[in-house]
Write a protein that binds this ligand. Structure first.
Ligand code: IMP
Length: 190
C-alpha cells in the first residue's frame, strides 16, 4: 500500500519510514509531485493537521497523514499554539520566538506548558487522529544547543534539563512527536 506523509522534511520521513511495516510504501510530497505550499490556515493544531492530510487526499487521491505541532503555554491561554513557528513574525526565527516568549512570561510564576503533536491520517475513506503530549515548564533562560525551535526553553516533567540538553534518541523516545508517531505506527501495524 502506498501512503503519503504530507511533508518534505527528510529527517521526519526517514525516521517514520524506518518504523513502518514493509508492505507500506511511504511517499513524500516530492514523490507525488506536490510542489505547491499547502495552506495551513486553521485556528487549531488539529485543524492544520487535518487541512494538510485532506489537501493531499482530495487533490491527489492518496491515503495520507500529516502532522502539526505547537507549544501551548498555560499563562498565555495556550499561545503560541498553532502559531508557534511564526510567533515573532514571518521570518520563523527560533531565537526571536524564544525571546518573545521570555518577554511575555517575564515575572510570571506560572511557567507550565506543553508540546502537542497531532497526526491526522486519511485511510481508505476514514480519518483518524493521534495526539502526543509532553507536559513541562518554560525556563527563565535558554539552556542547551541541541534540537530546534523552543527546545532550549522547555524542561519536560521529570527531567532537570531542557529538550536542547538531551540526545536526539532520548527526545524521540519521550517527545511529543515520538508519542504521536508511535500511536500511528501501532495503528498501521494492526
Ligand atoms: P511543525 O508543525 O512540526 O512544523 O512545528 C511548528 C513549530 O513548532 C516549529 O516551527 C517550532 O517553532 C515548534 N516546534 C515543533 N516541534 C518542536 C520541538 O520538538 N521542539 C521545539 N519546538 C518545536
Amino acid at each position: 500500500m502506498k501512503l503519503v506523509f504530507a511533508s518534505n522534511n527528510k529527517n521526519k520521513i526517514q525516521e517514520i519510514r524506518h518504523q513502518l511495516p514493509s508492505e507500506i510504501e511511504l511517499l513524500s510530497l516530492e514523490d507525488i509531485g506536490c510542489t505547491e505550499e499547502i495552506p495551513e490556515t486553521a485556528y487549531t493544531i488539529e485543524g492544520n493537521a487535518i487541512l494538510k492530510a485532506n489537501y493531499v487526499t482530495e487533490k491527489y487521491g492518496y491515503n495520507c497523514f500529516a502532522d502539526d505541532t505547537g507549544l501551548e503555554v498555560d499563562a498565555l491561554n495556550g499561545a503560541p499554539g498553532v502559531y508557534s513557528a511564526r510567533y515573532a513574525g514571518e521570518a520563523k526565527d527560533a531565537n526571536a520566538n524564544m525571546d518573545k516568549l521570555l518577554t511575555e512570561l517575564a515575572g510570571n510564576k506560572n511557567r507550565k506548558a506543553n508540546f502537542k503533536t497531532v497526526i491526522a491520517l486519511n485511510l481508505n475513506g476514514q480519518q483518524h487522529l493521534f495526539t502526543g503530549i509532553v507536559n513541562g515548564t518554560i525556563t527563565t533562560e535558554k539552556a542547551g544547543d541541541k534540537g530546534f525551535g523552543y527546545d532550549p526553553l522547555f524542561k519536560p516533567e521529570g527531567l532537570e534539563v531542557t529538550f536542547a540538553q538531551i540526545s536526539l534518541d532520548q527526545k524521540a523516545q519521550l517527545g511529543h512527536r515520538g508519542r504521536a508517531v508511535k500511536q500511528l505506527i501501532d495503528f498501521l501495524k494492526k
